[in-house]
Write a protein that binds this ligand. Structure first.
Ligand code: ATP
Ligand code: MG
Length: 210
């Protein structure tokens, strides 16, 4: 595991992509831990538009996912949220995310953060060969998944992070079953889910302004 050295005048920008349906403390701990270990100046959370792996109907409206991500990250001065994937038409591919961020942030070196489950799938992604040139990849441990660098990848670092056995799927299932999600997701996200009736099986209310 080697960590690229800081280049004077360059911003070290972490990129945390995800569906964030909802964002939970597993995402936040992973981002915080990588930021610390890699001396990142900022981590930008990028909620997906339509994830190409997930059926469109099964994912909450992007505006809800975006706002929950803003609420969850607002208190951290180094965390930001980007709308690039939400605003791009069509399914979200990480190669497009990284190209867009490079164009918007030419001063930044990108560090793309993924959990072990996502790391295992990267070679099946569109533009997989190009990914390693666009960003340094950081794979983090996730309970229940084996972490390994993809075959033929370069510029990948594996990092052990505090084990958070939390998934968005489990959070959604809990809400639908009227079980608590307190302490699995940030307090403001618990309240946002209740306010808009998210995850109560198709009964969610539109995001503000919609
Ligand atoms: P879902 O169950 O809907 O797939 P999820 O919990 O896997 O949700 P995603 O939005 O799919 O969350 O994940 C975004 C990124 O965060 C992925 O790279 C994923 O591997 C990583 N991640 C999610 N949960 C954890 C966790 N508990 N620990 C470490 N990494 C995580
Ligand atoms: Mg997932």
């Amino acid at each position: 595991t080697s960590i690229p050295a800081r280049v004077p005048g360059r911003t070290r920008l972490g990129v945390m992509g995800g569906t964030f349906d909802p964002i939970h403390h597993g995402h936040l701990v992973a981002a915080s831990e990588v930021a610390g270990e890699f001396d990142l100046d900022e981590v930008v959370f990028v909620p997906t538009g339509h994830p190409w792996q997930k059926a469109e109907s099964s994912v909450s409206p992007a505006e809800h996912r975006y706002l929950m991500t803003v609420i969850a990250t607002a208190s951290n001065p180094r965390f930001t949220v980007s709308r690039v994937d939400i605003e791009r038409k069509g399914p979200t591919f990480t190669v497009d995310t990284l190209r867009d961020l490079k164009r918007l942030r030419p001063e930044a070196d990108l560090f793309f953060i993924t959990g072990a489950d996502v790391m295992a799938e990267i070679l099946t992604w569109k533009g997989a060969e190009e990914l390693w040139e666009l960003a340094h990849f950081v794979g983090v441990t996730r309970p229940g998944h084996h972490l390994a660098a993809p075959v033929g990848s370069s510029g990948v670092t594996l990092l052990e992070v505090p084990a958070m056995a939390i998934s968005s799927t489990d959070c959604r299932t809990r809400v639908a079953a009227h079980k608590p999600v307190w302490y699995l997701v940030p307090d403001g996200v618990v309240q946002y889910i209740a306010k808009y009736g998210l995850y109560l099986d198709g009964s969610e209310k539109g995001a503000p302004g919609h």
